[in-house]
Each structure stands twice: as structure tokens, then as C-alpha cells.
Design a protein around this ligand. Structure first.
Ligand SMILES: Cc1ncc(COP(=O)(O)O)c(C=O)c1O
Length: 502
């Protein structure tokens, strides 16, 4: 199928000018091609359409196009209209014609030097390359749900229904904080499943949990403010707080979660404390009730905000999950956040915040000003998905599937690894950390595994501070999205990589 014609930017033709109209049009199009505003391959509108848009005779357009065709700026293809030429003659670049010559152009390094300090720090939050290429087998990429298990038939029916029902409120600018029925549905779900105590108005719908992190960082943190973050911890959170020019304070994790006493020694007056208490990212530790209460007390004493990221709490396979911190907080210091990326699929880009009542207005204004508003018809379809029961059914189904896949992975690593890989006893989530034998470096093993077409993430890359310890020498392995048959095969390939380095 041909690409649609480009929407041309402003073209002004002056009938009083000495230059004929076709020449003015020719000059403006040529400049746009030379400075890249009209890139190669872009299709121009037809001469008839353009004549109408510019209120000139069609001959004017045809004359300008013909001149550009003759000079090699444009090319005409039967059935595909007139396009910007795929290969501009080299001499065109020399002509310049108002565009900067290559020698005058700043180098990419010069341009990067113009980044803000914040921007430079955000760029530092990147994965260590391990040689894994996109499109290779997915075992054991973390963070991915079993997308092919999602009930796309139901989902497309709900989307189509909302798409057909053209109601002004879905197609207009809508309530920035989110579509009310979705906020109602989430408030009910979070209350029942997670012990979150809130009114629907306290729920703010975002374009994913990452947007929730960004909004919280912008609204609650000033440049230079100390922010406690878990160490090891989620890189996306680190990036969002860098984006707010926060002073990041790494706080270590033990079996009970965040080591509050260490945090207080490092920065006694944190502005914000970021935690994943249900299932710590990436160690999998569940914060004990004692620690939860101590954390709430610390927030009260220091005046800090707590940002509770409950990113994958739906997936707990044994016992009942501990209720969210938010539900235990009587001082209104906790902001709860979650995502639908793990329950539905990552591309849905919908997450949510539960904010104390006093923060509803600031968050609503911030979401409007930052433009991180999820499309209303998508939110409406999602509300239907939840209230009609498909959400609960899908979670239950995935819980059983992921628990089985988790066990398959543990069994395969034990069988092929013969005790060389050890897995902590956590019974939750979509991924686990496999700890490595002495003398094997996790980054080197991840690189070797990539050569065997296994995607893994070295755990050490999630650490910010402190000396290197045995605890951090591990690979983070996602199993939820890997087919049952592939799990043992990929585990065997991973062990082959380990053998190579042993
Ligand atoms: C701990 C944690 N928080 C937040 C997110 C971001 O979720 P989203 O895809 O909704 O931006 C992720 C995604 O992997 C995560 O692991």
C-alpha cells in the first residue's frame, strides 16, 4: 500500500512578489528537501490538492513539480504519485541553497553537549549490552507476560464496541485524571485484592507505571533532594528520579526488605522513599510487616513521601499477599502505583496512581500539563474488561500458568545445573534470580548465554552502591512469557554457556 501524502507545513506564496508563484513554490519545496524537513521517499500531495490548499492555479503547482523533477529533487512513480527522490544528487548538498553545509553542522557530540545535566544522567541509565539482539528467542527476558495467552478476541470486541459508540465524552478532551468508570473499577479491585484504601477520585490513570514514576518525581522532588531508592533496584525508577535531578541514596535490601537503619544513616531526611514491598525488584524479597510499620513511622517522623510500586503483586503463588503499605498508612504519606502492563500486555500503556486526597488536584494538573493522558476509549474498554469479569479470569489463569512455568524453570536449572545455580525461595512474580557459582561473573555469563540464544539480565547491573558481594552475582531470568517446551531447552543452553566459562 502506498504511504499517504505528507501534510505540508506552511507555504506562503506572495502574488505581489517579482518572483513568479511557481518559482516561489519551487524554492520553498527545494529548501525543505535540502534541510531534511521533507525527507527522501515522502509522498507529496497531488497537484490538484495542493492547488486547492494554496488557492493557486494547478499550472503553478505542475510547473514547480516539473522543475524539481527535472533537477532530481523529486521522482514520479506510476501509481505512487510524486515523491522526494530516494537519492539526491551529491552536488545538491554542495549547493546549500540556504541549508547549512555539512562542514558548518555541529557534530553529534556538540549537540549532545547541549543536553541538560538531568538529561545526561538519564542517558546513563542504560542496560549493559550483553549481545542479545532484538528478535532472538525470548527466553528468559524479564518483565514480559505471556502475551499470546491474552483473550484478544474479547478485547477486540470491547474495543470495537467502544470505538463504535461515538459518545462526545470519549472523543473530546476528557477528565485528565482518568475515565471515571475505570477509576471506580480499579478502586474496587485494589481494595479487595490489595488492601488499598481509597475513593475512586484518588485514582489517577497514567500512561503506564513509568509515567506514574515520572509524575511523582516531578511533583514531589526538588533538584538535590535526597531520594532513597532500593539497592538493587528498578532502573526505570532511578531514571525518573534522575529526571527530577534528585540526589539518589542507595539503600540496601535484606530478606525483610529495605534496610531503614542504613537509609537513615546515609540520608536522615529523605524527601521520598521508593519501594517495591510486595515483591522487591529484582531480589524478590517481601517486606515484612515489622519493616512496613517501621517504614511508615520513618515517613511520619521525617516527613518523607513513600512511593509504593506494586508492579506485579497479582502474581503470588503461595499464601496470601501482605496488604499494600498504602492501606496501613494513616498519615497520608504513601502514594501507591501499579501497572496493567503485566496483567494485560506491555503495549497497553496504562498504569495508575492512588494518591492522598490532598494530592488529587496537583496530580491532575501535572498529568494535563505533561500530556501523559491515556486515550479515553482505551480506558473505557478496559473498564468493561474489568467489570465484565475478564480481568479476574485472566489473572487467575495466568497465576496457574506462571506458577507452573516457574517450577519448570527451577526444575530445569537444578537438573542441568547440578547444584551450581541457586534460586532464592520466593513464590511470586514473573522472574527469578539464579545465583552463580564462585568465580563466574554474571555479565560474562550473560554475554556467553546470548551467544547460545538465551537472554538474561546480570543482577549486578541493578546495584548502585556498596562493595561487590556474592549476593549480586546472579542472572535475572523471566519465565512467564516462555513456552513450557522452551523452558528446559533454554535452561540447557544457559548451562552450556556456564560450562564454557567454568
Ligand atoms: C518495578 C517496575 N516498576 C514499573 C514498571 C513499569 O511498568 P510500565 O510498563 O507500566 O511502565 C516495571 C516494568 O517492568 C517494573 O518492573
Amino acid at each position: 500500500m502506498n504511504a499517504p501524502p505528507v501534510l505540508l507545513g506552511p507555504i506562503s506564496l506572495d502574488p505581489k512578489s517579482e518572483a513568479p508563484l511557481y518559482r516561489q513554490l519551487y524554492d520553498q519545496l527545494r529548501h525543505a528537501i535540502l534541510d531534511g524537513r521533507l525527507p527522501t521517499g515522502v509522498r507529496l500531495p497531488s497537484s490538484r490538492t495542493l492547488a486547492k490548499e494554496l488557492s493557486v492555479g494547478r499550472n503553478t503547482i505542475v510547473a514547480a513539480f516539473e522543475q524539481l523533477l527535472v533537477e532530481g529533487y523529486l521522482e514520479a512513480r506510476t501509481g505512487a504519485g510524486t515523491q522526494v527522490a530516494a537519492l539526491l544528487p551529491e552536488s545538491l548538498l554542495e549547493v546549500g541553497g540556504g541549508a547549512a553545509k555539512p562542514a558548518d553542522n555541529p557534530s553529534p557530540e556538540d549537540l549532545l553537549a547541549g543536553l541538560s545535566d538531568r538529561g545526561r544522567r538519564m542517558m546513563g541509565v542504560q542496560r549493559v549490552p550483553t549481545g542479545y539482539e532484538k528478535g532472538q528467542a525470548r527466553a528468559f527476558q524479564h518483565g514480559l507476560p505471556a502475551i499470546e495467552q491474552f483473550p484478544f478476541g474479547v478485547w477486540s470486541r470491547l474495543l470495537a464496541r467502544r470505538g463504535r459508540a461515538v459518545q462526545g465524552r470519549h472523543y473530546d478532551y476528557h477528565v485528565a485524571a482518568g475515565y471515571e468508570p475505570l477509576r471506580d473499577a480499579l478502586a474496587t479491585y485494589l481494595g479487595a485484592a490489595r488492601g488499598v484504601v481509597c475513593k475512586p477520585e484518588q485514582i489517577i490513570i497514567t500512561t503506564g507505571a513509568q509515567a506514574a514514576l515520572d509524575l511523582a518525581a516531578r511533583l514531589l522532588v526538588d533538584p538535590g533532594d535526597p531520594v532513597w531508592i532500593e539497592d538493587p533496584g528498578y532502573l526505570g525508577a532511578r531514571g525518573a528520579f534522575f529526571g527530577a535531578s534528585a540526589d539518589l541514596v542507595p539503600v540496601p535490601i535484606d530478606r525483610e526488605g529495605l534496610q531503614i537503619d542504613v537509609g537513615l544513616k546515609r540520608a536522615p531526611a529523605p524527601k521520598l522513599i521508593y519501594v517495591t514491598p510486595s515483591h522487591q525488584f529484582p531480589t524478590g524479597a517481601t517486606m515484612s510487616i515489622k519493616r512496613r510499620l517501621a517504614l511508615l513511622e520513618t515517613a511520619k517522623q521525617t516527613g518523607a513521601w513513600i512511593l509504593e510500586d506494586d508492579y506485579d503483586s497479582e502474581y503470588r503463588y503461595v499464601g496470601r499477599p501482605l496488604p499494600a503499605l498504602q492501606g496501613l498508612d494513616h498519615a497520608g504519606r504513601t502514594i501507591y502505583m501499579g501497572t496493567l502492563a503485566k496483567v494485560l500486555f506491555p503495549a497497553v500503556r496504562i498504569g495508575y496512581l492512588v494518591v492522598p486526597e490532598a494530592l488529587i488536584e496537583p496530580f491532575t494538573i501535572a498529568i494535563r500539563l505533561t500530556g501523559q493522558i491515556a486515550p479515553a476509549f482505551l480506558q473505557a474498554a478496559l473498564a468493561d474488561f474489568i467489570t465484565e469479569g475478564h480481568f479476574g479470569t485472566h489473572i487467575r489463569k495466568m497465576r496457574t500458568l506462571y506458577a507452573a512455568r516457574r517450577q519448570l524453570l527451577i526444575d530445569a536449572l537444578e537438573k542441568y545445573g547440578q547444584g551450581r545455580l541457586t534460586m532464592p525461595e520466593t513464590e511470586a512474580g514473573m522472574q527469578l534470580a539464579a545465583h552463580l557459582p564462585d568465580g563466574i561473573d554474571d555479565i560474562e555469563l550473560a554475554k556467553a548465554a546470548a551467544r547460545h540464544k538465551v537472554h538474561t539480565t546480570p543482577l549486578s547491573t541493578y546495584y548502585l552502591g556498596g562493595p561487590s558481594t556474592k549476593d549480586r552475582n546472579a542472572l535475572y531470568l523471566g519465565y512467564a512469557a516462555v513456552a513450557d517446551t522452551e523452558i528446559p531447552r533454554a535452561a540447557q543452553r544457559l548451562v552450556a554457556a556456564l560450562d564454557e566459562l567454568s
